[in-house]
Design a protein around this ligand. Structure first.
Ligand code: MLT
Length: 389
């Protein structure tokens, strides 16, 4: 028996596990501490009423012999949900056929699992800082990784370097962790770059619902050329508050490798995944109904207002930051060691955030706050942070 020793090359624990452990140790020593969590990107607002109603109806169906359902007909998801997702794209001006949509338990799993489809002898281009899943899952596979560095100078938005050759490109916009979002023109550069060398773009659009800027696309498929080179990962987690419910989907356009990639993904999923539960799929369908979109938007608007509170406070203090506009994340310059800043905020303000260095070496000196707490706790956290900065 030989272990996959590539696991020795990733950090001992996942970033948010490390944060949870530090928090646990602190609260054990300080049991009365009134902690405000702006760390992990986890939602706090309840599910939209029409989503709850659809879930209860689906549970009742499962408890009745006449309407009970076992395994779903295929791992791609029920037609009712794939049609609702296709209609959601259409309402945003993008044509995606229902049969190009593969429903799953979330974007995180798909972003990691998609690596099964690639030979280990591929070069992967990953921005730094980055959502740790892309990096860790490729290190686990022993792939060659090139970093595309992001700094204050490029506004934490990487641009393609035509001299660099690669096969697989990860992009996330609006970005986790920096909150920066590509404009149409910036995304077009990446698409042209990928198409010029037959590379694939793995595009994480988990935060698309936060986009309000006119020139920022919510889907890579809004941009010409993307259907030949891109796969898009989407999630109901942040859009509809499904972090504890789990449902996402991946779009693989027919044009990508003349359908071979979609067939391989379907084959992979049908072998290793038995589909998302009927109940979750009914809830997701409700989230993309007319009423569901309206109700979910009310929650997103609360988070967007929180983001503005944080961003405005940092602006008034003259602190450089990105995000907070088309994104629930605010990425601020803390200077110095990110973990030291984490400890300072935790111990002096009882506020938890995420150290930028946890997202890559270019994240050192930066810190991420999320807008997912309640408005009152966000305002309280901001006033505490102001006092210790
Ligand atoms: C984060 O805080 O970065 C999120 O938890 C990402 C995720 O949804 O996995």
């Amino acid at each position: 028996m030989k272990l996959n020793l590539n696991y020795d090359n990733i950090k001992k624990s996942y970033l948010f596990v490390e944060i949870a452990n530090r928090l646990k140790a602190y609260t054990a020593d300080n049991p009365g501490a009134d902690i405000i969590k702006l760390g992990i990107g986890d939602v706090t607002r309840p599910l939209a009423p029409c989503v709850v109603e659809a879930g209860m109806k689906a549970v009742a169906e499962m408890g009745d012999a006449k309407t009970f359902r076992g395994y779903s007909p295929d791992s791609k998801g029920y037609d009712f949900l794939r049609n609702a997702i296709s209609a959601y794209y259409k309402s945003n001006g993008v044509i995606v056929d229902a049969d190009e949509i593969h429903v799953s338990d979330g974007a995180k799993s798909d972003c990691g699992n998609i690596t099964d489809l690639f030979d280990s002898d591929n070069t992967v281009l990953i921005p730094d800082p980055v959502y740790p899943v892309y990096m860790d899952s490729n290190i686990m596979n022993g792939r060659n990784i090139i970093l595309s560095e992001c700094h204050e100078e490029n506004g934490f938005k990487p641009a393609p370097d035509k001299k660099v050759k690669c096969d697989i490109i990860y992009l996330c916009s609006p970005n986790n962790p920096t909150g920066a979002a590509f404009t149409r023109a910036e995304l077009k550069e990446w698409i042209d770059y990928a198409n010029s060398m037959n590379a694939i773009i793995l595009f994480d659009a988990a935060y698309e619902a936060f986009v309000t800027s006119e020139d920022v696309p919510r889907s890579i498929f809004e941009v010409e050329g993307a259907r030949r080179c891109a796969v898009e990962f989407c999630s109901f987690s942040k859009t509809a508050g499904f972090t504890g419910t789990r449902c996402g989907y991946t779009v693989v356009p027919k044009e990508l490798l003349d359908g071979k990639f979609a067939a391989m993904w379907e084959r992979r999923q049908s072998t290793k995944f038995n589909g998302t539960s009927y109940i979750q799929q009914r809830m997701a369908e409700a989230a993309y109904s007319k009423e569901g979109i309206k109700q979910c938007r009310e929650n997103i608007n609360v988070y967007k207002e929180n983001a503005k509170i944080i961003s405005d406070a940092l602006t008034s203090l003259g602190i450089y930051h990105t995000g907070g506009k088309d994104s629930p994340y605010i990425w601020l310059k803390c200077g110095g060691d990110s973990w030291e800043f984490f400890d300072k905020l935790l111990t002096k303000a009882n506020v938890v955030g995420t150290p930028g260095s946890g997202f890559g070496k270019c994240g050192e000196g930066f810190f991420r706050l999320t807008a997912f707490n309640t408005p009152s706790k966000t305002a309280e956290a901001v006033s505490r942070i102001k006092k210790v900065l």
